[in-house]
Design a protein around this ligand. Structure first.
Ligand SMILES: NC(=O)c1ccc[n+]([C@@H]2O[C@H](COP(=O)([O-])OP(=O)(O)OC[C@H]3O[C@@H](n4cnc5c(N)ncnc54)[C@H](OP(=O)(O)O)[C@@H]3O)[C@@H](O)[C@H]2O)c1
Length: 211
């Protein structure tokens, strides 16, 4: 199966490496192409560099938008047509970082990026919020954990998207656990109760049930 990864920075590069090591074929794109090219060279034959964001999506069944929140809408608008009938996976937190490195939230308290992104997508795109719950270094170290796999939580309103994102999560070396519909996606984001946790399936289920 082929997945497009748009954005090959801190989290996109780790997602790409984990998916490729699980056997997924990748089409990569980034803002200036250089970071996508460097990452593709590290990954090897499983990854190809696309000619741009629209080209990355062509021929892929799923798209991971590993982008900062501020550029998400612009990229979605750029690739809207080819997104129709694809799984769209978004790990983005609703944060911005200023020149001094100060991080601040860009959405009002209580409004999740999942809810906002759902409103930006074209009809037919199947959204799953996933792959953004762990910092990149924890993501890398927790994948393929044994004997008990680590969990990645996800949120979606779409059953087919749920099946598709579960396959990707397993391919990346984690056990998928659904937190709920997109209205629950705030729990996955920075500040949410499910963010940053490296837990096994039983603990994950009890956290879901406890809410
Ligand atoms: N880093 C983490 O540990 C982590 C963990 C969980 C969730 N997240 C979330 O994931 C999102 C991305 O974070 P990050 O740390 O990976 O950011 P990042 O390191 O700044 O990477 C962003 C990537 O987006 C690319 N990009 C920017 N504009 C683009 C455009 N118009 N078209 C295509 N690609 C474009 C950049 O391309 P260039 O490389 O060419 O500049 C870069 O590869 C954020 O919302 C963050 O909250 C991050």
């Amino acid at each position: 199966m082929t997945t497009a990864i748009i954005g090959t920075g801190g989290i996109g590069s780790v997602i790409a490496r984990r998916l490729a090591s699980g056997g997924e074929a990748l089409r990569l794109s980034s803002a200036d192409t250089e970071s996508a090219r460097t990452l593709a060279a590290q990954i090897g034959r499983a990854a190809v560099v696309a000619a741009g964001n629209r080209d990355a999506v062509q021929g892929a069944g799923a798209v991971v938008l590993a982008l900062r929140f501020a550029v998400l809408k612009g990229v979605i608008d750029e690739i809207a047509d080819p997104l129709t009938d694809k799984l769209v996976v978004v790990p983005s937190n609703p944060l911005t970082i200023d020149a001094q490195g100060n991080v601040s939230r860009v959405l009002p308290k209580g409004q999740s990026s999942g809810k906002v992104v759902a409103g930006w997508l074209p009809t037919g795109a199947r959204l799953a919020m996933a792959f953004g719950t762990l910092p990149a270094d924890h993501f890398e170290s927790a994948s393929n954990r044994s004997p008990e796999p680590a969990v990645l939580f996800y949120a979606t309103d779409d059953d087919r998207a749920g099946e598709e994102v579960e396959r990707l999560i397993r391919t990346a070396g984690f056990e998928p656990v659904k937190a709920g519909g997109i209205e629950q996606s705030g729990r996955l984001e920075v500040g949410g109760d499910l963010h940053g946790l490296v837990v096994g399936p039983a603990q994950a289920q009890s956290l879901i049930g406890a809410a």
